[in-house]
Ligand binder design. Sequence first.
Ligand code: GCW
Length: 681
Amino acid sequence: KADDGYRLWLKYEKLTDAALLEQYRQALQSYCVEQKSATITALQSELANGLKGLLGNDVKQVKSVNNGCLLIGTPNVSPLVANLNLASQLKSLGNEGFLIKTVTINKKQCTVIAANKDIGLLYGVFHFLKLIQTQQSIASLSVATAPKIQLRMLDHWDNLDGSIERGYAGTSIWNWAELPKVTDPRYTDYARANASIGINGTVLNNVNANPKILTAEYLPKVKVLADVFRPYGLKVYLSISFSAPITLGGLKTADPLNADVAQWWKAKANEIYKLIPDFGGFLVKANSEGQPGPQDYGRSHAEGANMLAAALQPHNGIVMWRAFVYNTNPAEDRTLQAYNGFKPLDGKFNDNVLVQIKNGAIDFQPREPFSPLFGAMPATSLMMEFQITQEYLGFSKHLVFLATLFEETLKSDTYAKGKGSTVANVLQGKYSTGKLTGMAGVSNIGNSRNWCGHPFGQANWYALGRLAWNPELTADTIADEWIRMTFCNDNEFVAPIKTVMLQSRENTVNYMTPMGLHHIMAYDTHNGPGPWVDTAAQPNWKSTYYHNASAGGIGFNRASTGSDAVGQYFPPVRDEFEKLETCPENLLLWFHNVKWTYTTKSGRTLWDALCYHYYAGTDGVKAMAKTWDGVKGRIDNETFTKVQALLKTQEEEAVIWRNSCVLYFQTFSKMPIPAGLEAPD
Ligand code: GCW
């Protein structure tokens, strides 16, 4: 059956297994909700549509429970739920968590979805539908879950003219020209999809922010989106331009310590909250890549953030202040700069500020070590910024499942408070006096019919939401759920395609930047290889600066004899990275400049090992394509053909990457391509 991908992982197609269908129909004969709200209305419509789709029949709403009833409610409103005495179990689940339990009510076998707030019920309904979508038993349920991270965000880099910075799935889904009068139904589907994976915040516009978003022309449009999203627990946030008091307000300065400037932001915040009482707050890129910021006035990032935080604080708004700051000192290794700029500010940020840190110290590379800032600011609320859109990973042309990248970062042990101080634990605020926790993903969504361009791009949006809810989840679990919900439960499809997904990112690392290489993409577009980018022509963006290839070897010396980036990590991580012998080989050239003839763990010379990695990358893509060919007929032909064609493109581009890099680096190593590997041309 044809599928255009619009319904994402919420397809709700009728189960084909007759026995299973019968079991679910028995267990689900009716549902009962005793309360009303916009969120409850959303929940009812999701449940009714979902069950009708999956079971093929209407499940009726009832006022009293019978066998096979799904009871949904909060104990403070629903007497039937209150009677179940779930208070102690609900206590630890907060505002967004939920319980799903098999219970007996008046001798009737029922299922209850209970929560403290309506939004928890909606999350619970999505979870319940997922159980059926993934064909799990609902006969004796006992689920209790609550998000481990408070702010679970999508950051859109959408411009007001509809273009998207680093967006590869069409133009923006926000139709600013039509808003506020015309409300695209797609906005509701966007909110549904986010709620289904627990995402509770969206930053609508690019961090390279057009100040116009804060005008009286745009704010009513933002309000309409906020109104559509509200029932789904999705709050709206905006990226702001720090110099807006000048560009919009006509002031002479945007100095955060100037009283008129602070007053301007206070008035702006009041204006926003009048329209959107639950507005989330601001995301700020300041003094980064040409953006204005407090340092233009000799003030610190903390002084800038706190001034905005003070304007938002009376309304419970927050500031997410990005740590993506470099070129403060062009002579200094870029990877040092965020840490050096922000660590001294630990403890100086207001309570309603989070510092938002990219997963690695450079920029969303196929593989980077975790940013040393995680764990290094114990008196500050820190949040993660991952990139879902594949700026450096083949755009929407390459199949790259990013959950393995996210998982690798989250599982990394910072040792900030001894063994086990993983990034995931840092993000849960376990070692910080800061009150807020968060994880953001830079969105890969555009107006293409299937939202993300590549059908597998949807999995990366899905993964971000799931990991923000529970950063301990594995990529394997996430892939399994997503495949079953998106495609089918046929194990002949699920098993091989899960393998494809789980290997996909390592393949890409191999054909692009193996062994710790980084930022050797084509200048500016980041599309395709560019290890040869002319350093002289790009004084502030030196590609060879990162790989440093020469006759003597390749790699960036960040050990203590070099830029000493290793010194920003806690021991024993620092010692592990410091020494050539203990540095993980998948990060070797990130931290070390290594002789071409160096013997790697495999026994191969560095040069040979590098070549083998590049070839493993292209072989890996070939293997993915072959596996895909083998599942023909198990999903709809339209999606099958599209993915097949994309894999062909990926294969061609992987070969270009491999050949370009191997031949370019060979001009330095002057060593032959290892015997047995096909010669590049
Ligand atoms: O890596 C860079 C991207 C820019 C982006 C910037 C950032 C939004 O190439 O396009 O700007 O990161 O994260 O601010």
